[in-house]
Write a protein that binds this ligand. Structure first.
Ligand code: PEP
Ligand code: MN
Length: 334
């Protein structure tokens, strides 16, 4: 309440809250009085208490997301992707090409991923590109290639869906559906993947706060799908040396707020091959549950994101980091 609020104004707030079925606890200080509200917060928001005479401010203390909050669910929830566990006991290395270009390129990249120690194969068939003139992906043909290669190489597949109309098609081929940074607040798409029985990787919007990201996850959970893995992939800042700025602190912050596993994408955040290994080491050290990394047999010929794709010596270094570092933090490689 404002310092000069009258007792009638205080009573009006308390009576309104109680009339709406909530509890109001009044604590009187020397200079001002605070009213604590307990009950259905969504309903309190419809009371417009902010506009009542004598009210100085209305501050929400509890989180606006419920299903993905750690408050109601203290243990981290492992997510099972076709037998591969992503969660607190494991470290999951996901690798593959940015985009599915040809069967040969995808197969070569899949073997690179597998030989490097990856447990899941990534690769986009539907590419959300900044330019409409850039390669948009092979669509369903790309999904077919991924599914064939999964059977040959033995790695379950993570692939992006960019349109709510394609969710059933992508789910028919993929083991995990990815929502990319540009679609983090495409609420129709979030609801569509919330209604399927496949795990979802939800990348952080490059302009999204952590709370907005968790609210996006809540959209998926609210439709009944709680098999969600969050992916920190860098945010927009004033810095131009990297494509985006990897918000490494998001990993422990989100772990504190949510029971969902969190992985890091060191490829799309930095956009630079030379940063992938150091950022991956940082991700492991900060407690990420996995990483998702671009590899390509011929980065100079890649149709998408060649400058960040790992090959040869860089990939060997990453293999060593992923093998040696997670056990120091009590994790086994999944
Ligand atoms: C990707 O992983 O292929 C991708 C497009 O990533 P992001 O959405 O993070 O840019
Ligand atoms: Mn990419």
């Amino acid at each position: 309440m404002a310092p000069d609020a009258t007792s009638e104004q205080l009573d009006a707030v308390v009576d309104t809250v109680r009339g709406a079925g909530g509890s109001a606890f009044v604590s009187r200080g020397v200079h001002r009085t605070i009213v604590g509200l307990v009950g259905d917060i969504e309903q309190f928001q419809t009371l417009n208490l902010q506009t009542f005479a004598g009210v100085a401010d209305v501050v929400r203390i509890s989180t606006p997301y419920k299903l993905v909050s750690r408050d109601n669910h203290p243990a981290t929830s492992p997510v099972n992707v076709a037998g591969v566990e992503i969660g607190p006991a494991t470290f999951t290395f996901i690798a593959g090409p940015c985009a599915v270009e040809t069967p040969e390129q995808t197969l070569a990249a899949a073997y690179m991923a597998k030989n490097a120690g990856a447990a899941l194969l990534r690769g986009g068939a539907y590419k959300p590109r900044t330019s409409p003139y850039a390669f948009q992906g092979l669509g369903e043909k790309g999904l077919q290639i991924l599914a064939e290669i999964r059977d040959e190489v033995g790695l379950p597949v993570v692939t992006e869906v960019v349109d709510a109309h394609d969710v059933d098609t992508v789910a028919a081929y993929a083991d995990m559906l990815q929502i990319g940074t540009r679609n983090m607040q495409n609420f129709g798409l979030l609801q569509a993947v919330g209604s399927i029985g496949k795990p979802v990787m939800l990348k952080r919007g490059m302009n999204a706060t952590i709370e907005e990201w968790l609210m996006a996850a809540e959209y998926i959970a609210q439709r009944g799908n709680l098999d969600i893995v969050l992916c920190e992939r860098g945010i927009r800042t004033f810095e131009t040396a990297t494509r985006n700025t990897l918000d490494i602190s998001a990993v422990p912050v989100v772990h504190a707020l949510s029971h969902l596993p969190v992985v890091v994408d060191p490829s799309h955040s930095g956009g630079r091959r030379d940063l992938v290994v150091p950022l991956s080491r940082a991700a492991i050290a900060v407690g990420a549950d996995g990483i998702i990394v671009d590899v390509h047999p011929h980065p100079d010929q890649a149709l998408c994101d060649g400058p960040q794709a790992l090959v040869d010596a860089d990939l060997d270094q990453l293999t060593a980091a992923v093998r040696d570092l997670p056990p120091l933090l009590g994790r086994r490689l999944s």
